[in-house]
Design a protein around this ligand. Structure first.
Ligand code: NAD
Length: 384
């Protein structure tokens, strides 16, 4: 890693217990006057939507509060119509990766509508017309990235397509651990595994750099320490705070490196087979690590150390295998599904899923080259 190239993004990040109370002053500073909120039903039920309403008052001109997983394109069209009608000047994504992804998709579509030009930034420093504000309530990490995915339906099948544009990176991110206290145990565990997967794939990424590696290893340390405690006692504010720091570091590590096989496969399982994103991460991660082990052993050995294993005297491959096993045990301890057959994926779907995954950018960027769908199908068989 003596040559590297990456883009970092200009973002204001406010982290801390009670930091949602600082939303109003941050919005004032940026002179946003007409904000739209994208959220899921759970944020309405838990009162988080009301908290944002109370903080923003008349500046909140529109609310779309039924964002569904995986950002269906029909919802992007609905939310965009609302944003246009209300002439919004900023879009808030409150919740998990789905409402934050929806806010990014709306921001991007508004840019194209208002300028008549493709939204993508010519220079990484280009500013959006209608920026995104992210208030995460899970550990998915979309708040720190320039990527969003939309699930498109065509010819009786669906597929998640990802887009990258520095302009849609949220300009303001508010992390308030209080907003994660109501995250149910399974969602806590699976979303936490998603964050851990960001660390693993960042450490062996073909575009890794010193900062992404430092963030990923530190993130993995926080996550393995805090996640089981958050799963066991969701109201443990100290554990929730530590876990959110871990997921923030994981998201930083993910934000400017190429992801690999693991992420490409999770997108295929989510967009095409409807598997919830965090659950897909839990099923795939140990398999993806083992698949990549011969090409990435020194990096996976770093993960082994970060997750607390004593690797002294072991070869890198043995240490990398121990890291995969440690993560498998964590998944088992938190009682997450470990097989595709347990989450409604039919064995006859595996060849199609392998074909879909093969076309993903992430799979094409995997550190161990993947040239044909048969390689992917064999891994899918192993996790079925
Ligand atoms: P999600 O946003 O789909 O939410 C899953 C469920 O959790 C929903 O039912 C939601 O209502 C509920 N939920 C969220 N926060 C809650 C809370 N605090 N309390 C109770 N319930 C809560 O799930 P996710 O795993 O956060 O995000 C997954 C999506 O994000 C996928 O579409 C994935 O592709 C995307 N993603 C994008 C990036 C990126 O960089 N762009 C990174 C990671 C994930």
């Amino acid at each position: 890693m003596t040559e590297f190239h990456y883009i970092s993004y200009s973002q204001e990040v406010i982290f801390g217990v009670g930091s949602l109370d600082r939303l109003s002053e941050a919005v004032d500073r940026s002179r946003w006057q007409r904000l739209m909120l994208c959220a899921s039903n759970s944020a309405r039920r838990s009162g988080h939507v009301s908290s944002v309403e109370a903080a923003l008052g008349h500046r909140l001109v529109s609310i779309y509060d039924h964002a569904q997983p995986h950002v269906p394109e029909s919802q992007v069209a609905e939310a965009l119509a609302l944003a246009v009608d209300h002439q919004v000047d900023a879009v808030i994504g409150l919740g998990g990766g789905s409402p934050i992804g929806l806010a990014k998709a709306v921001s991007s579509a508004l840019e194209e509508k208002r300028t008549g030009q493709p939204a993508r930034a010519a220079f990484p420093t280009d500013q959006p017309l209608v920026p995104v504000i992210a208030i995460p309530t899970t550990y998915a990490g979309s708040e720190m990235t320039a990527v969003h995915g939309i699930t498109q339906h065509a010819d009786g099948s669906s597929r998640k397509i990802t887009f990258t544009d520095p302009k849609i990176t949220p300009k303001l991110v508010i992390y308030d651990p209080r907003l994660t206290l109501d995250l149910p145990p399974t969602m806590t565990a699976s979303s936490g595994l998603n964050a851990l997967a960001h660390c693993v794939e960042a450490v062996y990424s073909i575009t890794r750099h010193p900062l992404s590696t430092a963030a990923a290893l530190s993130g993995a340390r926080y996550i393995v320490h805090a996640l089981p405690r958050c799963h066991a006692a969701g109201d443990d504010l100290d554990a929730r705070t530590e876990m959110l720091i871990g997921s923030h570091l994981a998201a930083i590590s993910l934000s400017n490196v190429a992801m690999g096989f693991h992420h490409g496969l999770c997108h295929a399982l989510g967009g095409t087979a409807g598997v919830p994103h965090g659950i897909a991460n839990a099923i795939v991660l140990p398999h993806a690590m083992r698949f990549n082990l011969d090409a990435t052993a020194p990096q996976l050995a770093q993960i082994a150390e970060a997750v607390g294993l004593a690797v002294n005297g072991q070869g890198a491959e043995a240490a990398g295998e121990a890291a995969a096993q440690r993560i498998y045990e964590l998944i088992d301890q938190m009682k997450l599904p470990q097989h595709l057959r347990d989450v409604g994926v039919s064995r006859t779907d595996l060849p199609h899923l392998a074909q879909v995954a093969l076309q993903s950018r992430a799979v094409q960027s995997n550190p161990k080259p993947i040239r044909d769908a048969a390689q992917i199908e064999a891994v899918l068989e192993g996790m079925w």
